[in-house]
Design a protein around this ligand. Structure first.
Ligand code: ZN
Length: 381
């Protein structure tokens, strides 16, 4: 595994990493925060207030160590008390910038940017449950992790067995291949998650309704809600788009949410005029294959969760919302998951190579220690 992929793994999942924060990088921040927090107790014991200058003087060398490693500039006017979460967040942001700057390829940079979008890392925080569909097999999980971290799945490019086109070593072709049917599976999985949630909210949803627009055979609604905001009907059109596809990757490497914006514009261009003429609200529900969600998609998911919570099932809004976002996150991975489960393309790198590099046994342990019930299959390790 390359140094770049390792650096990516040290980020929290919310910033595109694997929750394996580097202890040597974050320890000084923890030390500084601890000294700061202990200030009042020290004052109580000593009977006088410790000078902030003395306090900072004793810990700044440690903080400077973290700053030097991540190119984080220490602010001159440090407010006390400090919190480790604040300091570690700053270190994580600096690490992400370092990851972007040091990306070896345009694809790597686009991967780092897209995997750090809001909700992209949700799949790593899912509590595994086969009965709820929140489950991955070991091999699937390992392939997904490889894809997430930019680790090659193949030693050389190969001819795709589904469409006979040239396929890359990272799996991008497979994720977007039209011959395998995975893109349809992924689309339908997301649609079904939204549909089921709308049912739970008693919004009376229907799927793939024909005839919504007069004299047209188009289906602007993957999920149709007859009574949405202000009682108006709404057409939810699902679209999953890969930021790493050839047409988008160059721009996605430098423009945050570029693929999401393209997806939203595509859907509005094809559906907005007809929906407007029929008095239907047109709502693109757009997600990236790496899990990032468009702003309006996040909004409608939150709105549906509020509607579910209002039904009084006894589950708080926070839990309902988290569960729905986790369901969406897992539903976006079936293409890559199947990639791992079939393992049929030639020259698939042996999983053991990956394991020997990332010490997956230790990963499972570390994640458990950090209290992050992640990895989806930690119990298998
Ligand atoms: Zn193909």
């Amino acid at each position: 595994m390359s140094d770049w992929s390792w650096l990516k793994a040290t980020l929290p999942s919310s910033r595109g990493g694997f929750n394996l924060r580097c202890a040597s990088l974050h320890a000084p921040a923890a030390f500084l925060a601890s000294c700061s927090q202990a200030g009042p107790l020290v004052e109580q014991i000593l009977g006088h207030s410790p000078s902030p200058g003395i306090l900072l003087e004793s810990v700044v060398p440690a903080l400077a160590s973290a700053a030097a490693r991540c190119d984080w500039r220490v602010p001159c006017d440090i407010d006390v008390p400090l919190h480790q979460r604040t300091l570690s967040h700053a270190i994580d942001e600096a690490t992400l910038q370092q990851l972007l700057v040091s990306a070896p390829t345009t694809r790597s940079r686009a991967l780092a940017r897209s995997s750090s979008l809001p909700h992209a890392g949700d799949w790593l925080n899912v509590i595994p449950s086969a009965s709820l569909g929140l489950h991955m097999h070991d091999r699937e999980l390992r392939c997904c992790i490889s894809y997430w971290l930019g680790v090659p799945l193949h030693s050389i490019p190969y001819s795709c067995p589904e469409c006979q086109c040239s396929a890359d070593i990272f799996g991008d072709h497979h994720v977007g291949c039209g011959g395998s049917g995975d893109s349809i599976t992924r689309h339908n999985s997301v649609r079904d998650v939204i549909f089921t949630a709308a049912q739970s909210a008693t919004l009376g949803p229907t799927k793939e309704v024909l005839g919504l627009v007069a004299s047209s055979q188009t289906r602007p609604a993957d999920v149709y809600l007859p009574h949405w905001t202000s009682g108006r009907p709404a057409a939810l059109d699902i679209h999953v788009i890969s930021p790493l596809q050839e047409q988008l990757v160059a721009e996605a490497a430098f423009t945050p949410s570029h693929a999401l914006q393209v997806g939203v514009q595509r859907k509005l261009a094809s559906n907005l005029p007809s929906c407007r003429s029929a008095g239907i609200e047109c709502i693109p529900v757009v997600a990236e294959t790496l899990g990032g969600l468009a702003h309006d998609t996040i909004t409608i998911v939150n709105d549906i969760c509020s509607a579910i919570s209002d039904r009084g099932y006894g589950i708080d809004l926070h839990s309902t919302t988290r569960h729905l976002f986790h369901n969406l996150a897992i539903s976006l991975w079936p293409g890559t998951l199947r990639y791992g489960s079939t393992g049929s393309p030639p020259s698939l790198l042996p999983v053991s190579d990956f394991l020997s590099d990332v010490h997956i046994l230790d990963l499972g342990f570390v994640v458990k220690v950090q209290g992050q019930s992640t990895l989806g299959k930690t119990e298998a390790y």
